[in-house]
Design a protein around this ligand. Structure first.
Ligand code: HEC
Length: 113
């Protein structure tokens, strides 16, 4: 009985640690988004940023539009790294690898699941 209780506590602690780690990554990604993406994609990531609202085509609504290049975290990371050819969505090779992972995790967290 004691062992079972210990295991339950251990599992609960491990999963809340994972959650905290993800939450920290998403929070970091949000800060990166604010600096690098918001002018186009907007504060709500709806494609209506100060510059984005005048663009045609609009920057993607990152919450609900379909992504051409896929919307897994890894695919979003690729888009952030390389951009989409012949669009205003340029790549961000100047961001560190870790920063591109974080911003991809943030974008993924905005998607309706
Ligand atoms: C200069 C404006 C601009 C900036 C800055 C910008 N984007 Fe975009 N983004 C666009 C446009 C425009 C599109 C839609 C391109 C198209 O028509 O296919 C787009 C599309 C996307 C897509 C959808 C890709 C797909 O597969 O359909 C993602 C994801 C994305 N942007 C993420 C980001 C992230 C993350 C950042 C910041 C690191 C960022 N964008 C910065 C303009 C921008």
């Amino acid at each position: 009985m004691k062992t079972a209780a210990f295991i339950i506590i251990a599992i609960a602690t491990a999963s809340s640690l994972t959650y905290a780690k993800d939450a920290a990554l998403v929070a970091k990604g949000k800060a990166i988004f604010k600096v690098n993406c918001e002018t186009c994609h907007g504060e709500k990531a709806d494609g209506m940023g100060p510059a984005g609202q005048y663009m045609s085509p609009h920057p993607r609504n990152l919450v609900k539009d379909k992504f051409k290049a896929g919307d897994s975290t890894a695919q979003i990371y690729n888009t952030v790294t390389n951009g989409l050819p012949n669009t205003a969505m340029v790549g961000f090779p100047q961001l560190t690898d870790a920063d591109r992972h974080a911003v991809a995790a943030y974008v993924k967290s905005l998607r309706a699941h």
